[in-house]
Design a protein around this ligand. Structure first.
Ligand SMILES: Cc1ncc(COP(=O)(O)O)c(C=O)c1O
Length: 477
């Protein structure tokens, strides 16, 4: 099997807390402190990641808030006049929301829960957008309560009867209509929303629906659509077509209701999950967006999610089983589809890298990396050429900052992992590791049944196996 062994650039022995997070920091400084459009898994300092894995155990999400900021600033530079509305669903941790609020981001919330989290993290109400997709009654109640208590929330509805339900609740606030322009794009069929009937009012009914909302007393401020998620540079033509249809609807809508404050063309800005994939050309996407939108007397709104957070995060995990099967070598790790769902859900590719200092010197062999969940979908990669992995060894999984922890679950009664955030290179705990007691906490106890967990098993993979960790020649473990 050909393939480059997982590129260990970092040769430093210790990985102390004050080591730079990025192995390529010197290179970036030489570039005049530029803001590279992509951070690859190899750009992370392996020694530092090993230290974090030692200190906080695995599985562990690590999110670098400085990189989130840098990604935001790059997007701000490409879209200087747009409202950048971060899609909280990609990563709704308070540290992320607060960091982006400190920049000038707005936040797009897919649920009342995200809305509450955004407000609690300090996002001003007039920079929150609540996008109601078939909203449960409790969600609508909550959003209307927020809108009543704090001026400025924009509610986006994608069905005429959601408008009725808002009116039933006495809502008369800022209103935006989600439309379905009939063009979708994205990295997987499951995320191409732009033409999916579930999302938005069909294009041919959009203007009359907006006019009706205005007649009923709603403060109509915008039109919204979202093409899909993870749109690559190759899909620029679909992006153009999508935006141009949204632009046409916005022009008609402006005539029908007098004026619009904004046109929201959603998110979907792709990131290179594969190591040989190029980052999207943000300037080209921005130019194409402006051109395709055409003349519209309204502010442009964009809703990036993964672009801002994906490459700011890695997932650290440890190998617990190495099995030679006739077809392949199976490496079992302590993270699984309950920790990072994307590979199982979307067949998504994530770079994987053993963190040992000698990894790059080892022979690359095909290995299948799987989790501990009792499902055959619980696979991170199949037959991938990686340096031969030993039991106990720690690995990093790249681009895990978006749709990672957010999609984690406790299936198989696997507690969810811990998280740390990095600020100025310094690590701070961001979320404690769940325990089995956390998983069962909401079960209703009957009399005399106090504890069903038989002790508190902390997290997954907590590491009695450390004793079997192979000697790390340079660290001398
Ligand atoms: C309405 C809406 N906006 C923005 C996004 C963000 O997409 P991405 O993370 O690909 O930028 C999504 C993702 O599902 C979405 O549904």
């Amino acid at each position: 099997m050909s393939g480059r062994a997982g590129g260990e650039r970092d040769r430093s022995p210790g990985g102390a807390a004050d080591e730079p997070v990025r192995a390529d920091e010197a290179r970036a400084r030489a570039d005049g402190g530029s803001n590279p459009p992509v951070r690859r898994l190899d750009d992370w300092n392996a020694a530092r990641l090993r230290t974090l894995a030692d200190e906080y155990d695995t599985p562990l999400y690590v999110l670098d808030l400085d990189r989130v900021r840098a990604n935001y600033r790059r997007m701000r530079a490409a879209f200087p006049d747009a409202e950048i509305c971060y899609a909280a669903k990609a990563n709704a941790h308070a540290d992320v929301l607060a960091t982006l609020a400190e920049e000038d981001a707005s936040v797009e919330c897919a649920s009342a829960g995200e809305l509450r989290r955004a407000l609690a993290a300090g996002v001003p109400a007039d920079r929150t957008h609540y996008t109601a997709v078939n909203p449960p009654a409790r969600d609508l109640d909550d959003a209307v309560e927020v809108a009543t208590a704090r001026d400025g929330l924009t509610v986006t509805a994608g069905a005429a009867d959601t408008i009725d339900r808002l009116a039933d609740r006495g809502y008369e606030g800022r209103f935006c209509l989600r439309v379905n322009p009939g063009v979708g794009a994205g990295h997987h069929e499951k995320v191409r929303t732009g033409a999916d009937a579930k999302f938005g009012v069909p294009a041919d009914r959009a203007v009359e629906t907006l006019a009706e909302a205005a007649d009923r007393g709603f403060d109509v401020v915008g039109v919204h659509a979202h093409v899909g998620s993870g749109v690559s540079g190759d899909q620029l033509a679909a992006h153009r077509e999508f935006v141009s249809r949204v632009g046409a609807i916005a022009r008609e809508a402006t005539e029908a209701v007098g004026s619009l404050e904004f046109v929201d063309v959603g998110g979907g800005f792709g990131v290179p999950y594969r190591e040989d994939e190029s980052p999207i050309d943000l300037e080209a996407v921005a130019a194409a967006t402006r051109e395709a939108l055409g003349e519209v007397d309204a502010r442009l709104v964009i809703e990036p999610g993964r672009y801002l957070v994906a490459d700011a995060g890695v997932l650290l995990t440890a190998a617990n089983t190495v099995k030679e099967a006739p077809e392949t070598t199976v490496v079992g790790v302590d993270a699984g589809m309950t920790t990072l769902l994307r590979p199982a859900m979307y067949d998504a590719h994530h770079a994987i890298r053993p963190l040992a200092p000698d990894a790059a010197d080892r022979e690359a062999v095909p290995q299948t990396i799987t989790g501990p969940i009792c499902e055959s979908a619980d696979v991170f990669c199949e037959d991938r050429g990686l340096p031969r992995i030993a039991r106990g060894e720690r690995l990093a999984i790249g681009n895990a900052g978006a749709y990672g922890y957010e999609m984690a679950s406790t299936y198989n009664s696997r507690p969810r992992p811990a998280s740390v955030t990095l600020v100025g290179g310094e690590a701070r705990p961001a979320r404690r590791r769940e325990s089995v007691a956390d998983v069962t906490r909401l079960e209703v106890r009957r009399e005399g049944e106090d504890d069903r967990t038989d002790g508190d098993v902390a997290g997954t993979g907590g590491n009695r196996d450390r004793g079997s960790m192979p000697a790390d020649p340079e660290v001398g473990e």
